[in-house]
Design a protein around this ligand. Structure first.
Ligand code: GDP
Length: 415
């Protein structure tokens, strides 16, 4: 499909915090799985007629096999999720494409996304679409085809389309980042439904704002709703289209300060999701269009507009800076929210199975000491019997010898 296979080295990426943690916790669950299965084998060996373990004990331990299996399935699919919001045409799709180093999502006039698009890694070499609730895979070869496929399927505003793209083509996808593009916050009255359906599990939210205007009430409202449903959401604000500032360099600093102050105010005072100092680290002035062009050029892909406005390098560095801070934030947040819960459950399962085994062990010990006691009593009884027998035998002997003596005596008299 014309895409160049890139081999971006990403061992230094902050995303590796998540990738390594995921590998580790998966390995731990393989061990827990083995442990539980061993416990089941053991339980079977000590159950049955006259066995120590009851059928309930066996069933109890067996139930953990499927529990561990279910957690392992979830763990395999765990990913980091970032959702992009903002008004139509602010450049959400372009930001996503720039982050993926490729034109994956259609953008521009005529391609207003009216559904949610979730871009995620595909394990095969193919790119394909799948709408929520359907198993049908629609192969896509190119961006324009993707655009057509989206238009043709007449999707509802609130529906979700999965876009699977070969992992090996994008570093973010390879490291388990899932990116969600949304319809513009200006086109829907159903913000609540959106949030409930697509946002509750997002690790990071990115507001793509337009640096040529101020933050809109609709954009603000959306995040007010988000912060009532999610405690302390991680929000980044991208003031996109900052290339427009190149045409008015005399106002650049002034406009930037004004926008930055408003954004800091919004995050720290209005939403109260972070301190003003933290907020400063969450606000960036970028040009997604330029960043995408730069990256396409680096990959020797044909690009339409050859010249970039003054200051494009500075804007590009700021975009890279955003990506770094974003990667740190999303991987830490995902590890905390997703894996903390799994490791707690893993610990509980190990403790439960241990308790079940201990119960059986205790029963076995009890039975053993009961047997020893029984033997002791039996032994005492035997000794008593033995003693009695000895006495009886002695008495009998005496009696017999006396009888023999008397018989002998009588016989001698008669002779
Ligand atoms: P979306 O509706 O928010 O997904 O917006 P798109 O990504 O489709 O962008 C809408 C239009 O704005 C497209 O024609 C983009 O090329 C253009 N655009 C996006 N980012 C920038 C930018 O940083 N600077 C300029 N000048 N145009 C941009």
């Amino acid at each position: 499909n014309g895409s160049v296979r890139v081999n971006m080295s990403n061992v230094d990426s902050p995303l590796q915090i998540f990738v390594r943690a995921k590998k580790k916790i998966n390995d731990i669950f393989v061990e827990i799985d083995d442990y539980v299965k061993d416990a089941v084998t053991f339980m079977h060996a000590v159950s049955g007629e006259n066995g120590i373990a009851t059928p309930q004990d066996v069933a109890n331990v067996e139930s953990y096999v499927s529990k561990v299996q279910a957690i392992r399935e979830v763990l395999k699919r765990d990913h980091m999720k970032v959702a992009f919001f903002g008004r139509t045409s602010n450049g959400k799709s372009t930001v996503i494409n720039a982050m993926l180093h490729d034109k994956i999502l259609p953008s521009g006039i005529g391609h207003t996304t009216n559904c949610f698009l979730q871009v995620e890694g595909s394990d095969t070499d193919e790119a394909f679409l799948r709408t929520e609730g359907s198993e049908e895979k629609l192969n896509v070869q190119s961006v324009s085809q993707l655009g057509h496929a989206l238009c043709a399927s007449r999707l509802q505003e609130c529906s979700l389309v999965h876009v699977y793209w070969p992992r090996e083509l994008c570093a973010l996808l390879r490291d388990d980042v899932v990116l969600v593009d949304s319809p513009g916050v200006d086109v829907t009255p159903n913000l609540d439904e959106w949030i409930d359906k697509y946002c509750l599990d997002a690790d990071v939210f990115v507001l793509v704002a337009n640096a040529e205007s101020t933050l809109m009430v609709t954009e603000k409202n959306f995040f007010h709703k988000v912060s009532t449903k999610i405690s302390q959401p991680n929000i980044f604000i991208l003031n996109n289209r900052w290339d427009a500032s190149a045409s008015e360099p005399e106002y650049l600093d002034q406009v930037r300060t004004q926008h930055a102050n408003r954004c800091v105010d919004f995050l720290s005072r209005e939403l109260r999701v972070c301190t003003p100092k933290e907020a400063e680290e969450r606000i960036f002035f970028i040009s997604a269009k330029e960043a995408l062009l730069t990256r396409l050029r680096d990959r020797h892909q044909p690009v339409s507009s050859p010249t970039l406005a003054d200051g494009h390098q500075v804007r590009y560095f700021e975009f890279v800076d955003f990506e770094r801070k974003f990667e740190e934030c999303i991987s830490q947040s995902a590890v905390r929210t997703k894996f903390a819960q799994h490791s707690r459950r893993g610990r509980n399962i190990a403790a439960d199975v241990m308790a079940a085994l201990e119960l059986v062990y205790n029963t076995a010990t009890d039975q053993k000491s009961a047997k020893v006691e029984k033997q002791r009593v039996l032994h005492e009884q035997l000794s008593a019997i033995e003693e009695q027998l000895t006495t009886i035998t002695r008495q009998m002997k005496d009696k017999i010898s006396r009888m023999v003596e008397s018989v002998e005596h009588k016989v001698s008299l008669t002779l």
